[in-house]
Structures are given as structure tokens and as C-alpha cells.
Ligand binder design. Structure first.
Ligand SMILES: [Zn+2]
Length: 409
């Protein structure tokens, strides 16, 4: 583990926001109980840079350890498919509806998004570090290079394919330690009139909704529009438009171009910056409160689950996302409080959750068991889960949303 320096401004002056203790990386699901003895607990702390106010984890792990067999596939929930269609529509409009545009995607996962552009007639190429998932994309006809994207990979892609009309970086800034390498590489690949699209979970939602479970070893930086603008400016890139969209608990979609193009920003950019400013999230004070609010939520959630256990109710969880594992470990939940967690991902069913060792089962098992309460750990898909489990709700099963304070849906 390297010594800490802010990953935007390189200052080493920080303030502690929340200590998660010693936890297991949130994607390290165990194939069997035999693997428990080799499980590695590592410190995790959320800090804020006193210089530029970028919120980030103090710790950075070796990315090769984290992402070589990544288990998150974008191809699963139906709402993700709807999001991909909306994304492609919006991005093509904002890029000025170029004819047959070429699209390059950083961290393209299983190619779900590129498939959307390809079906509209575009040339596409993805890069993703997870070998198993990139193989799936290639098998599905979406050319995907297995690599960590940075300046070096960008130069190679540039030499082989030239510049791109549209460069997409969804949910990747949060995962990357070398932010400058990523943005520099993005700038290299972007044609002079090109449009880059950067999406990150919005720091404003993280703050308001107490999404402290966005913090885990694989998810190390939390961005505002302000931090994206500053980072881009350091690489002669400029944000010219922005949207707030619903996915991942509230996301910023920033449209970026070369600063030299002189494109003036839309009012949406100024408005969102003002909103961030007035909420106080660009200062230090609200983040101290954030840490205290998270500790209170932990106490309330544990109290609710303990009281359910005492009254003999069967409690399970839904959604074995990395976020869920962050919350489960921060709140120190175990099988005694949450019998198991149901999830659709066939890669996760039959495994044990990292750190807590709570078993992961299929949604079918959850439906056939005498469950009383379901904790919605995948709260960002709460609506979809409620619709999907309508039959359980009709039977009187209750659904507990854990944040900002535990409440029944
Ligand atoms: Zn900084």
C-alpha cells in the first residue's frame, strides 16, 4: 500500500471522514468456507483533501488484484438495459448526431453499452481489465481489449485506430487511482470535435442520502461536478454540458470536449455547481457530520435487525452488490442477523459474502422460504426489486431500505 497523496492535487493534507475498520475487499466473494482462512482484511478510511476537497479513500490497493476477475456485469438488470438505450440516444444528440460515429469505451465491461451503439451502426472498441468479462464481450461480437486504460494504452489505440468521435468513461473515475493517466488518455483519443462522456455517482446524492456504502476498496474516489471540471482542466479539457440521471443512486453525466474548441458551457453546468456549493459538499464541515450520521445509521440498523431476531422473524437481504458488502461489513452484520443475501448473478449464487460470510442464494430460494423481512442492500434498484417481488409483498413480506435511516418501503 503506497503512502497517501490526494489523487487530484497531490496534497498529503487530509481530514478523516469515516473509519471503516479492517474490511475485506467488497468484490472478494468466497467460493467455499475453505477460502475463509486466506481472506485478507485491510484498513479502509474515507478522507477529504484539505487542499482541493476531493473525497477519497486513504488506501489504494493493487488494481490487478481487484479487477482481473471482476464479477459485476452490466448485462443483468432490466433497468440497466433501459439506461443503455437512453444513454446512447442522449449522447448521440449531444455529440451533434454525427453520421456513423466511432465510439471508444473505457472500462466497457461485458460490452452491453457498446452493443447499443453498434446496433445503431457505429464502429466500437472497448477496453476492460477483467479478462473473464472482456472474453464474454468479444464472444458477443464487441471488440474488447483486456487492459487497464491509461496514457500508454491510449497511445497504442491511437496508433492502431486513430482518434474517436465519442469516448465514454462510465463509472470508472471512482475506481481508478491514476486519475491523471485516465483523463490524459481520454484526451489523446478524443478527436478535435469529439465528445467525451464521463459518468460518476454524484457526490451530492452520496451526501444527502448517506450513501456511505459507495466506499469500498474497489471504489476509491467520489466526485462532484466541481472535481470533474478541475480534473479535466488540468488536461486541457472542458465540461460543456451536464445532466443528472437516476442510475446508481444519482449520477452526474458530464459532456467534455477539448478546451481549445472554446465551446461555452450551458446554464446546466453553472446551476449544478451552484447547487453543490450551496449544499456545502465542497467544504469540510458537512463531511464531519456525514461520518456521524453513518455511525448513527449503523446503530439504528443493528437495533432493528436485533429486535426482528428477538421476535423470531426471518430476515434476509437482497442484492449482493459491492455496496451491500460495504454496508454489511461496516455495520458488522452476520448470518445471525441476515440469514442470507439473494442475488440474480449466477457468478455469485453459492458463494459466501466477503468478510461477513453470509451465504449468497438465488432469488428463487428467497421466494420459497418463509421470509418476513428483506433488507434491500441494492437500494439503487429498490423500485425494480419491489416490482419483481410483488408476490412476496402481497404475502406480507416487508422490505427494509437501509439509508439514510432504516425505513420500510
Ligand atoms: Zn486534493
Amino acid at each position: 500500500m503506497s503512502s497517501y497523496a490526494c489523487r487530484i492535487c497531490h496534497s498529503s493534507d487530509y481530514e478523516l471522514v469515516l473509519d471503516y475498520g479492517s474490511v475485506v475487499p467488497a468484490d472478494a466473494f468466497l467460493l467455499s468456507s475453505k477460502a475463509i482462512e486466506n481472506e485478507q482484511r485491510l484498513p479502509l478510511t474515507l478522507v477529504i483533501c484539505k487542499e482541493c476537497r476531493h473525497l477519497q479513500t486513504r488506501e489504494v490497493l493493487d488494481p490487478a488484484m481487484l479487477f482481473s476477475e471482476y464479477v459485476w456485469e452490466t448485462g443483468i438488470p432490466a433497468s440497466i438495459r433501459r439506461y443503455c438505450q437512453e444513454f446512447a440516444d442522449a449522447v448521440l444528440v449531444c455529440a451533434g448526431n454525427p453520421e456513423m460515429p466511432s465510439i471508444f469505451e473505457i472500462a466497457s465491461n461485458d460490452g452491453t453499452m457498446l452493443k447499443e451503439f453498434k446496433s445503431r451502426g457505429s464502429e466500437v472498441l472497448g477496453v476492460d481489465p477483467a479478462r473473464n468479462i472482456a472474453q464474454k464481450a468479444n464472444a458477443a461480437g464487441i471488440p474488447t481489449r483486456v487492459d487497464f486504460f491509461g496514457e500508454e494504452v491510449a497511445r497504442e489505440v491511437l496508433a492502431q485506430h486513430g482518434e474517436w468521435d465519442i469516448v465514454v468513461a462510465r463509472n470508472v473515475l471512482a475506481h481508478v487511482a491514476d486519475l491523471h493517466g485516465l483523463i490524459a488518455g481520454l484526451g489523446l483519443l478524443l478527436g478535435p470535435q469529439g465528445t467525451a462522456v464521463i459518468e460518476v455517482p454524484h457526490l451530492l446524492n452520496m451526501y444527502h442520502e448517506l450513501q456511505y456504502d459507495q466506499v469500498f476498496h474497489e471504489h476509491i474516489g467520489y466526485h462532484s461536478l466541481d472535481s470533474i471540471i478541475r480534473l479535466c482542466a488540468m488536461h486541457e479539457l472542458a465540461v460543456f454540458d451536464v445532466e443528472h440521471i437516476w442510475i446508481h443512486g444519482g449520477t452526474v453525466r458530464a459532456y467534455v470536449t477539448h478546451a481549445a474548441g472554446g465551446r461555452s458551457p450551458t446554464p446546466a453546468v453553472t446551476e449544478m455547481l451552484a447547487e453543490e456549493q450551496s449544499a456545502g459538499i465542497l467544504g469540510l464541515e458537512v463531511w464531519q457530520q456525514f461520518g456521524d450520521r453513518a455511525k448513527t445509521q449503523k446503530r439504528l440498523l443493528r437495533a432493528e435487525l436485533s429486535s426482528l431476531r428477538e421476535s423470531g422473524e426471518m430476515v434476509v437481504g437482497y442484492g449482493a452488490s459491492a455496496k451491500g458488502q460495504s454496508m454489511i461489513q461496516f455495520c458488522e452484520l452476520d448470518e445471525g442477523l441476515v440469514a442470507y443475501v439473494a442475488d440474480k448473478s449466477t457468478m455469485k449464487i453459492g458463494t459466501l459474502a466477503p468478510g461477513s460470510h453470509i451465504p449468497i442464494v438465488s432469488p428463487e430460494q428467497m421466494r420459497s422460504d418463509p421470509v418476513d423481512v428483506v433488507v434491500v442492500f441494492a437500494w439503487n434498484f429498490a423500485r425494480e426489486i419491489l416490482e419483481q417481488e410483488q408476490e412476496m409483498r402481497e404475502r406480507g413480506v416487508k422490505f427494509l431500505h437501509p439509508i439514510p435511516e432504516p425505513h420500510y418501503l
